[in-house]
Design a protein around this ligand. Structure first.
Ligand code: WTA
Length: 653
């Protein structure tokens, strides 16, 4: 950890504005009274097994479980003895109802092409692709990598994997070939599903090409399936690469869902940690599906007739839980958009809201800040009156951005659910329930039923109201991660060794006198750039792998749009930095990690400030990167002149 947690947990917000749920919303809400919420929370506390067991009856099981919960954190098993299939719960069970011909996915491509798949049609495609996977030799328990644009085939491929019990590992399309190779090697993926490319701001983003490069370094992959999305030239390697549409041409649409143990790994999703390589967060089938289904229903107050739109990319956990598994398990119509919010202009999202009469809209603070910057004229051009509920996720939302969202997008009529959760938690943990919770800008308010958080100090003591501390979970929940793939020790070390008996989230937070939670951000060396987690260490390793770099220290700094920007202090082996080298290093980081890790600033430094024991003093670097006078203690600094030089440089810039 770079700085004692309490240094980074200061309660900055004094927010008193309160917004009770609008009466008409409250009257129709799925959870509609405080008593109902309290009773659910109480039951979950007194009898967790009874509570979650009752909830799990909302899923379809091939075989009912013997035990709801076995063991305690970190080694928990949920619904042992039970058999279930995620794809069945998202598809087959709706086919027996009127939802058979309801739109499951409404998709819009960036160029404006559209496609709607009913539950019946989606089921058919999924069954066919599951048979394709089988034909390619994929078996229950194998890992399959998905590196795809936001097209229906991505959801189809996920559900097809789930159908036969292959564990999917989705890699966001902004990651580089090296990042794909690392993840394929770690997961030992057998098959990669990709596309020739995808559309982003009118440009073709090459994907297959990155996969080709990655395969030079990952030998476990035997087959590659390629969706023809943009029509660009790609090289197809015989006996390795196949076109999606050709494979789909001659398979049967009959593929019953495989009954799987509740604990069967549904997916692995890599996320950045403060040390080491990315962590393969592994989720189960039964517990994860229960969390995804319930939280979508509670937080987004789903109704049959809703058109629900989560703007995340499926390459992140938000897309897994709240575009695909959660909405489909509820029989919802989920909207999926391929491209950028500012293509062909900054009104695209609002055009989509009007066109499809979107009712529920879930996005990220970084997007909201961009909307504000682009100006009210874009949303004002469209009829947004279909919207009834708004949500945010990914980072703390600035109260002023919250107010803008409330006024300009929500027309002061839509509740806003600020949802706190993580890749590791699988689903939303802290969030208003829109029918009962009064909201306040910047707070994710209260835990959902069955979630038992606390704020503790470094020694695990519960903290009083309004004092900052570490956010932990004191009770297990069904949709928590089960392990880090291939590294169970790291799983225990990262989440369960810091605070005895608790899950440690890595965030600083406080609880106010209302019992509301205010999340202040990470307390470790993880950056939150546009709501995406990046580790300072990964970026440092990328920089140091360049032949001219001797040492690198990466810190975040406040950034208007991204929340946090990436600032790199680089010490060279010899010579001074040049503009050319700066560009080269920027490209180098993009090549190693991907475009999402593009440095915002690279500063050449003769040395970085270190403690006498040799630890980089990141706190000082953070102050310098933010252009702040460093108020912190510098008595442990090994060589004061280093700091003075860096500060002097800052002044001359
Ligand atoms: C941050 C995204 C404040 C937090 C679902 C967490 C938030 C990390 C919020 C997880 C929120 C997410 N308010 N901070 N509503 N939501 N965060 O794994 O620091 O990509 O630990 O999951 O994002 O990021 P991840």
């Amino acid at each position: 950890m770079s700085a004692p947690a309490d240094e980074r947990i200061e309660s900055v917000l004094q927010e008193t504005r309160m917004f009770p749920p609008p009466a008409d919303f409250a009257a129709q809400a799925n959870i509609s009274s405080e008593e109902q919420y309290q009773a659910m929370c109480q039951k979950a506390k007194d009898d967790p097994a009874g509570f979650w067991g009752e909830m799990a009856e909302n899923l379809d099981w091939f075989k009912t479980w013997d035990t709801v919960l076995e063991g305690d954190m970190p080694e928990t098993k949920w619904f042992s003895g039970g058999q279930i299939n995620a794809s069945y719960n998202c598809l087959d069970r709706h086919l027996k109802t009127w939802r058979k011909n309801k739109a499951a996915i409404i998709w819009e491509g960036e160029p404006g092409d559209t496609r709607t798949l009913t539950y019946q049609e989606l089921h058919r495609e999924v069954c066919k692709f599951a048979n394709v996977l089988k034909k390619l030799g994929v078996e229950t328990g194998d890992r399959v990598t998905l590196y795809m644009p936001m097209i229906p085939e991505l959801a189809i491929a996920m559900l097809a994997c789930a159908r036969i019990g292959a564990t999917h590992s989705i890699i966001f399309g902004g990651f580089s070939a090296d990042a794909i190779a690392d993840r394929n090697n770690d997961a030992q993926s057998k098959v990669v599903i990709t596309a020739d490319g995808g559309w982003r701001r009118g440009k073709e983003i090459a994907l297959k090409q990155n996969v080709d490069t990655s395969l030079e370094k990952s030998s476990s992959v035997e087959k590659v399936v390629v969706v023809n999305r943009v029509g660009c030239d790609v090289e197809m390697v015989p006996d390795r690469d196949y076109w999606w549409h050709e494979l789909m041409d001659d398979v049967s649409a009959d593929c019953p869902a495989t009954p799987l143990d509740s604990e069967h790994p549904l997916f692995i999703l890599y996320t950045s940690g403060s040390t080491g390589k990315p962590k393969g967060v592994m989720h189960s089938t039964g517990g994860y599906m229960l969390g995804a289904m319930l939280t979508t229903n509670w937080v987004f107050d789903l109704k049959e007739e809703d058109t629900y739109w989560c703007t995340a990319d499926i390459g992140w956990i938000t897309g897994h839980s709240y575009i695909v598994y959660g909405p489909l398990a509820n029989g919802t119509t989920t909207l999926m958009y391929e491209g950028a919010p500012n293509w062909p202009d900054e009104g695209r999202f609002w055009e989509i809201v009007e066109k499809y009469q979107v009712n529920i809209f879930y996005t990220a603070p970084t997007a909201i800040r961009a909307f504000i910057k682009w100006g009210d004229e874009f949303p004002n051009r469209y009829d947004l009156s279909s919207l009834r509920l708004l949500g945010t996720v990914g980072e703390p939302i600035n109260p002023e951005a919250w107010m803008w969202y409330h006024k300009v997008i929500g027309r002061e009529k839509c509740p806003i659910v600020d949802t706190w959760w993580q890749t590791e938690t699988g689903g939303i943990m802290l969030s208003p329930l829109p029918g009962i919770t009064s909201t306040t800008p910047g707070s994710c308010t209260r835990p959902l039923p069955g979630v038992v958080p606390d704020i503790v100090n470094e020694t695990g003591e519960s903290q009083p109201e309004n004092s900052g501390g570490l956010l932990v979970m004191t009770q297990p929940w069904p949709h928590m991660l089960r392990t880090l793939y291939g590294d169970h020790d790291r799983f225990i070390e990262t989440y369960f060794s810091k605070i005895d008996g608790c899950y440690f989230a890595g965030d600083g937070a406080r609880r106010d006198d209302n019992g509301y939670y205010w999340v202040m951000g990470r307390v470790d060396d993880v950056l939150n750039v546009s709501g995406h987690r990046l580790s300072t260490m990964e970026i440092e390793s990328a920089l140091v792998s360049h032949p001219e770099v001797a040492e690198a220290a990466v810190v975040g700094f406040p950034h208007d749009l991204k929340g946090e920007g990436i600032c790199c202090f680089v010490t060279l082996k010899s010579g001074n930095g040049s503009d050319e080298l700066l560009k080269e290093l920027t490209q180098h980081v993009r090549g190693q990690i991907g475009a999402i890790a593009t440095p915002d600033q690279i500063r050449f430094a003769a040395a970085v400030p270190k403690t006498r024991s040799g630890k980089i003093m990141r706190r000082l670097l953070r102050d310098i990167a933010a252009g702040r006078e460093s108020a912190g203690d510098t008595t442990t600094l090994e060589d004061r002149s280093v700091l003075e030089k860096l500060m002097a440089k800052e002044d001359s810039e």
